[in-house]
Design a protein around this ligand. Structure first.
Ligand code: FES
Length: 141
């Protein structure tokens, strides 16, 4: 009996296996991508009482649904939380800018690209307050 000097490769991957591994690595690296369905169909999200956004700042609780709520003085707006490069979820930074953990794009507090690879600014979404005082955000994506 002779030992085979060439160890078998234990990590051969087919295309599917490679894609699963790459997706797992991206998630492990904190790079969450969002599948918005790509329909471009607007849908309305009830973001709760508008009074919950009384203080100036960026509110991230609807980040996973595709937007940040931003209070600046008397203005209450909604800005996309999805990077315009390859649709990763953005992180809101303490200085009210936005950072993409996938490839490093940055956006200023108004959603304008300050560093690529993203080339397009973040879209803002229409907001309204209903009769119950709830903030309604029209998300497109
Ligand atoms: S997905 Fe945001 S920089 Fe690439």
């Amino acid at each position: 009996m002779s030992a085979d000097p060439t160890p078998e490769c234990c990590c051969q991957l087919d295309r599917r296996g490679f894609l699963l591994l790459a997706a797992s690595a991206a998630v492990a690296a904190g790079c969450e991508s969002v599948n918005t369905g790509g329909t471009g169909t607007p849908h309305i999200v009830d973001a709760g009482p508008a009074s919950a956004y009384a203080k100036d700042g960026v509110y991230s609780q609807y980040r996973s649904l595709g937007f940040f709520v931003i209070r600046r003085g008397s203005q209450l707006t909604a800005l996309s939380s999805i990077c315009t490069h390859r649709q990763c979820k953005l992180d809101a930074e303490p200085d009210r800018t936005f950072y993409c953990p996938c490839h490093g794009s940055t956006f200023d507090p108004a959603g304008k690209v300050t560093e690529g690879p993203a080339k397009r600014d973040l879209p803002t979404f229409a907001t309204a307050t209903n009769a119950s005082g709830h903030l309604l955000v029209t998300v497109i994506g």
